[in-house]
Ligand binder design. Sequence first.
Ligand code: UD1
Length: 420
Amino acid sequence: MGAYIITGGRSLCGEISVQGSKNSSLPILASTLLNAGKNAIKDVPDLRDIKVMTDILNNLGAKATKKGNLLEVDSSGVDNWEVPEDMMREMRSSIVLMGALLGRFKKVRVSYPGGCEIGPRPIDLHLKGLALMGVVLKEKHGFIYAEAPVLKGADIHLDFPSVGATENLMMAGVLAEGKTIIRNAAKEPEIVDLQNFLNRMGAQIKGAGTDTIKINGCASCELKAVDDYTVIPDRIAAGTYLVAAAITRGQVTLKNVVREHMEPILAKLREMGCKLECGEDYIYLKADTDLKSLDSLRTLPYPGFPTDMQAPMMALLSTAEGTSILTETVFENRFKHAEELRRMGANITINGNTAIIKGVRKLTGAMVEAKDLRAGAALVVAALAAEGKTTVIGSGHVERGYEKLEENLLSIGAEIVKKD
Ligand code: UD1
């Protein structure tokens, strides 16, 4: 696994155009299976997880071709509903293929998904919802065999607004018989993006972005391909670049952003004392020397503060004046970066799902290891501010989520190289 070598201490300054959303692209790519046609999706980031998804689509019989950030998927030749185990283990979000394949073939075989090491990530909510839609599930030797003699709409209440479960059930609902209602649905912008894409295919979905989503299923309908869709900007990559500028007490202008999607992050950066100027399609941040701690930062489903920004924010809070209390409520065991940040001089105490962060004057370079994607992003931003040289082992994790990370950071004045 590769590493980033970063010499910190430079104030970053410049402009970055933010990549398209990884977490929108993945379900949208999966949903092309529903229409058996030639789709073209723009602004898909060039990332390993996207490559895994296109490899799976090709393995199922689709023709997925990448031309820069344009992804063309011809799903007409898809004739296989068994997702290969090794590919499934590569990426947890491949579970969204279940809903799409059930819609198309009324059957699917998947294995239990892999992905980031951030605590138990069960799929019970996906399976319970599908069962209510008439899907018969059998688990054998680590595989899930699912079949729906009749895929029918259902009234589903999610115990937790799971992003992946909401996406899976939306996809399954489109070609089901009758109406599906998803209550306590996830409200993330990526859910709205998926609704928009599915509706462009001819699906009838309303309510994404609120906690009740209604789908008028049509079992006998043929959906049409979507040949010019652009995915939304990646709000987590955008947030990470804002934190990179803030932690180095620099300034950055982001282009290709949706301000509204960023508000949960911007509110906390503002509270810390960052100066922000926002237009509909840009965000400018400037950070002065003194940044304040946060009395309370809790990760929550959207529109709460995103769990994917928790690790980079922990790095930033490590350099703010005073004591911050950060609580992770979405995932268990998502504090592995705290120990690595401590190696760099951060003062962090973990107590269950709460981190107590006492701001320090400076972080210092060290050899640290990224154990998952966002933990890696936190270590990179910490290294940008740290005195001296930091080696962040595990660049492969970071590359799952950030397109052209070194290039973007170099362009705003960072000193960063990647070693394979
Ligand atoms: C998606 C995002 C991920 C983000 C997360 C929360 C993608 C590809 N990934 O992941 O970056 O961190 O949303 O915003 O979009 N849960 C269950 N049972 C289930 C499903 C989930 O208990 O069946 C729990 C999970 O263990 C976790 C919480 O619900 O504690 C949130 O998970 P979920 O919203 O499903 O996250 P993902 O869709 O996996």
